[in-house]
Design a protein around this ligand. Structure first.
Ligand code: PGA
Length: 251
């Protein structure tokens, strides 16, 4: 199974910047993604289409939305539906990113609704989970991961292709802080996630990928990718520049 290397651009880049980053990335990769990797870029909604068009230069590049609302249309001012992002070329969506949980205040219930609606609408989904520093220091790692995972996956559509759902373990204290989790921390958390996924997904559990995210850089990417139960990376800051993102996806 290919490892996933995903770029979360957050609230950065206008259309010109998105096009030029993707065209530089194409040059770095000679227009081709390594066969053992799947690459997904999550740009802001406003540049989804521009990124999708520019991304045609890179064989196999996928585009995804950083969030979606759990309804196809309606009186939901400011929200964007799965069908709308699909119309712009997106085939993936992120749900439950820690900035949406902790800055915007999204609940486990809303993350679950978004996850199941996006999957039922035909998008593949990366669900983000992870503990805060306070929770880690209080010894709550296991409980937080178990709660967020079970809550987010409570209403999965059936039948479900286990490859269409991906979990990203992103310790909140490691996001954008320059503090990467240690290899021990990553192995421990990913093992907890795999154990719980077994109950939810069943025998095909190893077809569901678990990514690590939180201060991933060219310098630490290959070590993290070599760890047990790590099936890829979700990269924020280091995905904004073509050269650093190319180094990570070639790591
Ligand atoms: P970071 O962000 O790589 O800048 O820490 C990761 C993320 O938020 O997905």
């Amino acid at each position: 199974m290919q490892q996933i290397i995903a770029a979360n651009w957050k609230m950065f880049k206008n259309a010109t910047e998105a096009r030029s980053m993707i065209s530089e990335l194409s040059k770095e990769l000679n227009g081709k993604i390594p066969e053992n990797r799947k690459v997904i870029i999550f740009p802001p909604f406003t540049v989804l289409e521009a990124s999708f068009e520019a991304g045609k230069e890179i064989d196999g590049l996928c585009i995804g939305a950083q969030d979606v609302f759990p309804a196809q249309e309606g009186a939901y001012t400011g929200e964007i539906s799965p069908q709308m992002v699909k119309d712009c070329g997106a085939t993936w969506a992120l749900t439950g990113h820690s900035e949406r949980r902790h800055v915007i205040g999204e609940s486990d219930t809303l993350v679950a609704q978004k996850t199941s609606f996006a999957l039922a609408s035909g998008l593949d989904v990366i669900v983000c989970i992870g503990e805060t520093l306070e929770q880690r220091e209080a010894g709550e790692l296991y409980d937080v991961l178990a709660r967020q995972l079970h809550a987010a996956l409570v209403k999965l559509p059936t039948p479900l292709n286990p490859e269409c759902i991906v979990i990203a373990y992103e310790p909140v204290w490691a996001i954008g802080t320059g503090k990467t989790a240690s290899t021990y921390d990553i192995i421990e958390a990913h093992a907890i996630i795999r154990e719980h996924l077994k109950n939810i997904i069943g025998v095909s559990v190893f077809e569901t990928r678990i990514l690590y995210g939180g201060s991933v850089k060219p310098e630490n990417a290959s070590e993290i990718l070599s760890l047990d139960n790590v099936d890829g990376l979700l990269v924020g800051g280091a995905s904004l520049k073509a050269d650093s993102f190319a180094k990570i996806l070639l790591a």
